[in-house]
Design a protein around this ligand. Structure first.
Ligand code: IMP
Ligand code: MG
Length: 205
């Protein structure tokens, strides 16, 4: 299991929003751009080190939340691999999770290849479980999962919900930025932030 950076509690750990990005919708910054970038580099080499060399690899970022994380991660890899996108929608209303549906199925042939699934955040875990279950039916050689963030949820997730590689462990709060959205907004922030409580209940995604 890869080592990750534990972020202990919310109060006191939020830092001011970087200049130019200030907004009344944002409470504070949880992970800075420089911390994200240096952790992504380490994660990229951790993942690369455990992939067998000279065997076919297919990298599958999950749409849409993983788009920035995956873009930074894959640009660290100088070995050859196929990249395709998969999409699962969890019918989330506001900040809550709901039933899950495939919106973009894999196009790549993954049989006998080493699959790396990249997602933005491990919350309930149902997205990764569904992705892993469906992709296993296509007989890949191995499946590894990587998430930028893992929420420290109260109820422990079943073992099947774990990710092989985790960027940061964070408290059980709703975060935005670096690909993660609230009502489809805030994805472009180069850092991970926390939205103000007065935003909750105003949007769906
Ligand atoms: P799951 O509950 O682990 O299946 O997470 C499903 C998806 O919910 C993630 O891939 C994210 O797109 C979204 N999600 C979960 N928690 C957050 C959050 O704190 N901010 C933004 N999106 C989230
Ligand atoms: Mg989302």
């Amino acid at each position: 299991m890869a080592k990750h950076h534990q972020i202990q509690s919310v109060s006191g750990i939020l830092t001011p929003i970087p200049e130019g990005w200030e907004s009344s919708d944002l409470e504070g910054m949880l992970i800075s751009e420089s911390k994200l970038q240096s952790r992504v580099k380490v994660l990229a080499s951790e993942i690369a080190n455990q992939l067998p060399s000279n065997e076919p690899v297919v990298v599958l970022p999950l749409l849409s939340g993983a788009f920035l994380f995956a873009a930074d991660l894959v640009r660290q890899w100088q070995f050859e691999f196929e990249l395709d996108f998969i999409g699962l929608s969890s019918y989330r209303t506001s900040t809550r999770s709901g039933p899950i549906e495939w919106i973009h199925r894999v196009k790549a042939d993954i049989e006998n290849k080493h699959v790396v699934i990249i997602d933005d955040i491990l919350d309930t875990g149902q997205t990764l479980v569904e992705a892993t279950k469906e992709l296993s039916k296509l007989h890949p050689a191995t499946i590894q999962t990587c998430v930028l963030l893992e929420k420290d949820v109260k109820n422990p997730r079943p073992l099947s919900c774990h990710a092989n590689f985790v960027g940061f462990k964070i408290p059980d709060i709703f975060v935005v930025g670096y690909g993660l959205d609230f009502a489809l907004k805030f994805r472009q922030l180069p850092f991970v932030g926390v939205i103000s409580p007065n935003c909750y209940g105003t949007g769906t995604h």
